[in-house]
Unconditional design. Structure first.
Length: 160
């Protein structure tokens, strides 16, 4: 088995304790994925596994064996990236790869009709993506610079 990372097959590490985050950054030198809290609280390490967003700091690399991993390097270029720039959805940029990976998967979740905690009409298809919906659905990704309003603007533009 192998892990497909951005289209290339990579051997799973021999040591089962290696996190997916450490595999990406330290073994494969894909440093676009960031280390923030390293304990599941900030979202900086968010990547896509089989298209779903996961926190790579809380995921063992061996759990991705046989699956497809996409990092920010593998998304390039994505309309969200241009939208983040256009709407000042970043300052230092440290949270940005995780924000964009999370937003890509979040928009897929909305298209699939997945409700959130704040969805009022559970029968709506698709769910209306209000700013409140975007804030709730992106609440696992923190921005220490306070670029949240620009991030919401960027996601709203691409969603529309
Ligand atoms: Fe993974 Fe913060 S580094 S959630
Ligand atoms: Fe600096 Fe979000 S842009 S932490």
């Amino acid at each position: 088995m192998a892990i497909e990372v951005n289209g290339a097959d990579v051997a799973a590490p021999d040591d089962p304790r290696v996190s997916l985050l450490d595999l990406l950054r330290d073994h494969l030198h894909l440093t676009g994925t960031k280390v923030g809290c390293n304990q599941g609280a900030c979202g900086a390490c968010t990547v896509l596994v089989d298209g779903a967003r996961v926190l790579s700091c809380l995921t063992l690399a061996v759990q991705a064996d046989g699956r497809t991993v996409t990092t920010i390097e593998g998304l390039d270029p994505h309309p969200l990236q241009a939208a983040f720039v256009a709407h000042d959805g970043l300052q230092c940029g440290y949270c940005t790869p995780g924000q964009i990976c999370a937003a890509v998967a979040m928009l897929d979740e909305v298209r699939a009709g997945v409700p959130s905690y704040v969805t009022e009409d559970l029968s709506a298809d698709p769910v209306a993506l209000s700013r409140e919906e975007i804030r709730e659905r992106m609440s696992g990704n923190l921005c220490r610079c306070g670029a949240h309003n620009g991030i919401i603007d960027a996601i709203a533009e691409v969603a529309a």
